[in-house]
Design a protein around this ligand. Structure first.
Ligand code: NAD
Length: 511
C-alpha cells in the first residue's frame, strides 16, 4: 500500500476497509459458533464490522491449540535465534502493513491516524524487533556451589500465556506481552478489547505470514465477562498477562485463585501527578508538556499526567498556559492528518468521562475550559477539522481543565481516562509529595525543577514505577514499564519482561 498522506487518502482507504472478522486459532481464521458482535467506530458511530464473538467453546479451542503447540510443537524447542528471526520478520511485516494497521486502530478506537501510524506502529514494530534481537543473547547461571557439585540455574518458557489487553494502545500493549512471551518460547492466546479487535486480528495474520507455527499465536475476539473470564479461569493457561483497569485486574487475581494458581501479571490504572516547582527550567515547556500529556490520545493513557500539582506562586501562570493550549487543539476526524484530538473510544466511555466532569463540578472544582461534547451536530461544529467528512455521531469531547480541585474530591483521586486535567496547588515540597502519593495508584509521575538534589530526593519519595524529570512520557524499550501499589505488578518492556514468561529451574548435579 502506498503511504497515505492526506485526509482524502485516508478516507479512500477507510471506504475500502475490509478487516478480518473471524478468530485466529491454530494457524487459521475461524468463524466460531455463529454469534457475532458489532465493532462500532467512535469516529462517526457507524458499524465497521460484525466480528465472531467468542464464548467458552472458542476459548477452549484456542487454549487447546496453544497447549498443543507448547507441549508438542517446535516453538519452545527452537534455537532462540530461530525464534528471534520469526519475530524480526514479524516486525518487517508490521512495517510493510503499517498504513493498514494504523487505519484499523484509528477507525476502531478513534486515535488520530497519523499518531497510530507514526507513534503506535513504530512502537509495535520496534518491540517485535527488539525482543527478536534479544532472543539469542540471554545466558543462564552456573553458581560456584561446591567442588563436588555442578549447579545450573536455567530459565524455561513458562507455558501457555493468556494475554488480555485494552483498546487505548491496542497493538502496542499487545506487542509488549506477545514479543517477550514468544521470544521466551511461550505460546499465546490474545484477547483484545471488544472495542478494538480488528487490529489484533490483522496482526495474527501477519504472525502466520512471519512463520509462527500453528497454535503459537491465537487471537479470540469477545467481551471481558465471557471471553476474558474464560481465559482467566482456564486450567490450561499458565500465565495471565493483563493490561486494563484496576477493577478488572482484581478479578484476574480471583480467577487465578479459583483455578490453577496461574501467574498473574497486572498493568493497571493510574492517576499520575506532575509536579511543577518554581525553579522549573522552563515554565512554558512544563505547561506545554503538561497539556500535551493529558490530551495526547484523548487523555486515554494509563500514565496520563492527570493531576497537575503546581506551586501556588506560579499556579495561575502555568494553568493559563495549559488552558490556552487546550483551547487551541484541533478536535476532529481522526482520519484528518491536521487533527490533534479524535473521539474518545465510544459512547459508553464518553458517558463515563462526562460523569467525572459533572462530579468535579459538584465537588466544587472550577471549570477553566471544555467540559462538553465536541462536534455534536451534523458535520461538526467549526472548531473541528473534519474537512468535509461527516463525523457527526462520533464520541468527541472538548479538552477540559479544572482548577481549585480539592485533594479529597473525586477528580483528584479517581482515574478519568479522558482529556480532563485536575490542577491542584501546593505550598511546599512536603505537601507536594503528600498530595502526589495520596491515591491508590502508583504508575508514573513527572517533576520539573532545576535543582539536581531536589530532583533525586523527590524521585525517591514518589511511589511510582516511572518518574520523569523535566519531561514526560519519554522512554525506550530498554527501560521497564509498570506500576507500584494498585497500578499493578511485574514490568513490561526491557529484559525484565522476560521474567514474567519464564520459570527458573535449578538442576543440581553431584559430580
Ligand atoms: P478494562 O479493564 O475494562 O478492560 C481491559 C480488558 O479486560 C479488555 O480486553 C476487556 O474485555 C477485559 N475485561 C473486562 N472485564 C473483564 C472481566 N470481568 N473478566 C475478564 N476480562 C475482562 O479496561 P479498558 O477500559 O479496556 O482500558 C482502560 C484501563 O486500562 C484504564 O484503567 C487504564 O489505566 C488501563 N491501562 C493500563 C495500562 C498500563 O500499562 N498500566 C496501559 C493502558 C491502559
Amino acid at each position: 500500500m502506498a503511504a497515505p498522506h492526506t485526509h482524502a487518502d485516508w478516507r479512500a482507504l477507510a471506504a475500502a476497509f475490509a478487516p478480518p472478522t473471524g478468530h485466529h486459532i491454530d494457524g487459521a481464521e475461524e468463524p466460531g459458533g455463529g454469534a457475532l458482535f458489532d465493532v462500532v467506530s467512535p469516529r462517526d458511530g457507524r458499524v465497521l464490522a460484525a466480528v465472531a464473538d467468542s464464548g467458552q467453546a472458542e476459548v477452549d479451542h484456542a487454549v487447546a491449540a496453544a497447549r498443543r503447540a507448547f507441549d508438542h510443537g517446535p516453538w519452545p524447542r527452537l534455537a532462540p535465534a530461530d525464534r528471534g528471526r520469526a519475530l524480526i520478520r514479524l516486525a518487517e511485516l508490521v512495517e510493510r502493513d503499517r498504513a493498514a494497521l494504523a487505519l484499523a486502530i484509528s477507525l476502531e478506537m478513534g486515535k488520530p491516524v497519523t499518531e497510530a501510524h507514526d507513534i503506535e506502529l513504530r512502537a509495535v514494530a520496534g518491540t517485535f524487533r527488539w525482543y527478536g534481537q534479544l532472543a539469542d543473547k540471554l545466558t543462564d547461571e552456573a553458581p560456584q556451589v561446591s567442588p563436588d557439585a555442578l549447579a545450573l540455574v536455567t530459565r524455561e518458557p513458562a507455558g501457555v500465556v493468556g494475554a488480555v489487553v485494552p483498546w487505548n494502545f491496542p497493538l502496542t500493549l499487545a506487542a509488549w506481552k506477545l514479543a517477550p512471551a514468544l521470544a521466551a518460547g511461550c505460546t499465546v492466546v490474545l484477547k483484545p478489547s471488544e472495542l478494538s479487535p480488528l487490529s489484533a486480528l490483522l496482526l495474527a495474520r501477519l504472525g502466520a505470514e512471519a512463520g509462527l507455527p500453528a497454535g503459537v499465536l491465537n487471537v479470540v475476539a469477545g467481551d471481558g465477562p465471557t471471553a476474558g473470564r474464560a481465559l482467566g479461569l482456564h486450567p490450561d493457561v499458565d500465565v495471565l498477562a493483563f493490561t486494563g483497569s484496576t477493577a478488572v485486574g482484581r478479578r484476574f487475581l480471583h480467577y487465578a485463585a479459583d483455578s490453577n494458581l496461574k501467574r498473574v501479571w497486572l498493568e493497571l490504572g493510574g492517576k499520575s501527578p506532575n509536579l511543577v516547582l518554581p525553579d522549573a527550567p522552563d515554565l512554558g515547556r512544563a505547561a506545554a508538556t503538561a497539556a500535551w500529556g493529558i490530551f495526547f490520545n484523548q487523555g486515554q493513557m494509563c500514565t496520563a499526567p492527570s493531576r497537575l500539582l503546581v506551586h501556588s506562586s506560579i499556579a495561575e501562570e502555568v494553568t493559563a498556559a495549559v488552558v490556552d493550549r487546550a483551547r487551541a487543539l484541533r478536535v476532529g476526524d481522526p482520519l484528518d492528518p491536521a487533527t490533534e484530538m479524535g473521539p474518545l473510544a465510544g459512547e459508553r466511555h464518553l458517558g463515563r468521562v462526562l460523569g467525572h466532569v459533572a462530579a468535579a463540578a459538584q465537588d466544587g472544582a472550577r471549570l477553566r475550559t471544555g467540559g462538553s461534547r465536541a462536534l455534536p451536530g451534523s458535520g461538526g461544529n467549526g472548531s473541528g477539522s473534519d474537512g468535509g467528512s461527516d463525523v457527526s455521531g462520533g464520541s468527541y469531547l472538548e479538552p477540559t481543565v479544572f482548577d481549585r480541585v480539592a485533594p479529597d474530591s473525586r477528580l483528584a483521586r479517581e482515574e478519568v481516562f479522558g482529556p480532563v486535567l485536575a490542577v491542584l496547588p501546593f505550598d511546599d515540597l512536603d505537601q507536594a509529595v503528600r498530595l502526589a502519593n495520596a491515591t491508590e495508584y502508583g504508575l508514573a509521575a513527572g517533576l520539573w525543577t532545576s535543582d539536581l538534589s531536589t530532583a533525586h530526593r523527590l524521585s525517591r519519595a514518589l511511589r511510582a514505577g516511572t518518574v520523569w524529570v523535566n519531561c514526560y512520557e519519554e522512554g525506550d524499550l530498554s527501560v521497564p514499564f509498570g506500576g507500584m501499589k494498585q497500578s499493578g505488578n511485574g514490568r513490561d518492556k526491557s529484559v525484565h519482561a522476560l521474567e514474567k514468561y519464564t520459570e527458573l529451574k535449578t538442576t543440581w548435579i553431584a559430580l
